[in-house]
Design a protein around this ligand. Structure first.
Ligand SMILES: Cc1cc2nc3c(=O)[nH]c(=O)nc-3n(C[C@H](O)[C@H](O)[C@H](O)COP(=O)(O)OP(=O)(O)OC[C@H]3O[C@@H](n4cnc5c(N)ncnc54)[C@H](O)[C@@H]3O)c2cc1C
Length: 383
């Protein structure tokens, strides 16, 4: 019988074990190869879909597992065992970022056409929010969708788009009324094989090498009326809803990854000797590891508390923003300290900690920076 730990149940722990076995057997052995290829292969989505991991919390009528939100947290935590955060991120974009708006705001027709194949792993999704001149300031986007005969004409540019070079469909944020401010933004779901959709380039990054990140342009791209996702003019509010899920799942993965780096450093501290004893027996190292373990525990509890609220139907923006902020800062601090404890080997490309260190930096930027989290929290504190 698997041990349980709040907020998880026995079913969650059984799911955890199945995902862990799969990730360790089928994904982790390929980490190096996929990092070097700058993209994990598309069949990973198909395999995850086949196993039911891309739709754990959706109803069975859409091919989902009928579970709760905590199942997605389990997936994000166990995906860290693939030893390549880029792969985990590409999958999280599908499960917790680009596809949830289809379930929440999509018509029945859109659910059948996009949600069902996304859950099955037959359609890969990306999420198009950020632009060269607008990331934190989502309302500052310039990509336009203009109502025309037979649909919407889309023009503009998106950047930093995870899965963008390979996706079959994009959940897109575009401006439908240039004079209406936040009310002038709408969501769309578009097929990437539509004329006018073009992948301009894939971007070189510090880390997350197994994840493709693309810059995309739209030139007079005509999409049908039915491409509108949710109501016209409600896109800013709907994408703000999406961002909460994105931030919380990012936080869950980041802190689980930090725990793995801490465990690797702990094992090394027991084995590496200096001045006649294992480095973990030097008080400074022992205390460093104690701090790492304590900060991880505290940050992870905040993630669990927010996730438990989400699983129970709440929308805890304050706690999610706090969880994203603290996990980013703790993960970065922990991974940096872990690298330090490996000494010169930590700086060598032959030890995996360098990849964890490069990958961990992103969580403080992607999906809303530390500064934006502080803005959200500060405003919710009444400032
Ligand atoms: C690897 C990677 C993958 C990504 N994947 C996606 C994706 O799939 N889809 C997508 O749409 N986007 C994606 N992004 C984009 C990401 O979400 C943005 O980079 C992020 O939101 C920050 O936006 P920006 O880069 O435009 O920075 P800016 O908004 O230009 O910010 C620059 C700096 O100014 C600070 N700043 C901005 N406003 C304020 C303020 N009001 N107060 C204080 N400080 C402020 C920021 O915190 C930051 O430090 C990805 C980015 C990366 C690097």
């Amino acid at each position: 019988m698997p041990m349980t730990r709040w907020p998880f149940t026995e079913e969650h722990e059984q799911l955890r074990k199945s995902i862990r076995d799969f990730v360790e057997a089928e994904l982790a052995p390929h980490a190096e190869e996929w990092e070097e290829a700058s993209a994990f292969p598309d069949f990973v989505f198909e395999r995850l879909g086949e196993l039911g991991y891309l739709g754990l919390a959706y109803p069975e009528e859409y091919g989902g597992g009928g579970g709760d939100y905590l199942c997605n947290v389990v997936l994000a935590e166990e995906m860290t065992r693939c030893n390549s955060a880029g792969l985990a991120m590409g999958v999280a974009v599908q499960t917790d970022m680009a596809v949830p708006p289809l379930y929440k705001f999509g018509s029945e027709e859109q659910k059948r056409r996009y949600l069902v194949p996304a859950v099955a792993g037959r359609k890969i999704f990306c999420l198009g929010i950020s632009e060269p001149d607008a990331g934190s300031d989502v309302a500052g986007i310039k990509t336009t969708a203009t109502k025309t005969d037979g649909g919407w004409l889309i023009n503009g540019r998106k950047t930093f788009i995870t899965n963008g070079a390979r996706a079959h469909a994009m959940t897109l944020v575009a401006r439908t009324d240039k004079d209406a401010g936040h009310q002038g933004i709408s969501l769309f779901v578009v097929d990437t094989d539509t004329d006018g959709f073009r992948v301009e380039k894939t971007l070189d990054k510090v880390g997350m090498h197994s994840s493709d990140t693309a810059e995309i342009t739209f030139t007079d791209m005509l999409v049908p009326d039915e491409a509108l996702l949710g109501k016209e003019g409600e896109g800013f509010y709907n994408i703000s809803w999406e961002l909460q899920g994105e931030r919380l799942i990012g936080a869950a993965g980041a802190i689980a990854g930090a725990r793995r780096s801490m465990e690797a450093a702990l094992a090394y501290a027991k084995e590496r000797k200096t001045f006649g004893k294992p480095i973990g027996r030097h008080q400074a190292v022992r205390h460093a590891l104690a701090d790492m373990a304590t900060e991880i525990e505290a940050a992870q509890q905040l993630v669990y508390s927010a996730a438990w609220k989400v699983a129970n139907g709440e929308y805890p923006v304050r706690e999610i923003s706090m969880a994203k902020l603290i996990t980013g800062e703790v993960a970065w601090k922990v991974v940096d300290k872990a690298l330090q404890l490996f000494g010169g080997y930590g700086y060598s490309m032959e030890f995996p900690i360098q990849r964890a260190w490069r990958d961990a930096r992103l969580i403080r930027i992607g999906g809303g920076t530390d500064e934006i989290m502080r803005e959200v929290i500060g405003r919710m504190e009444g400032l």
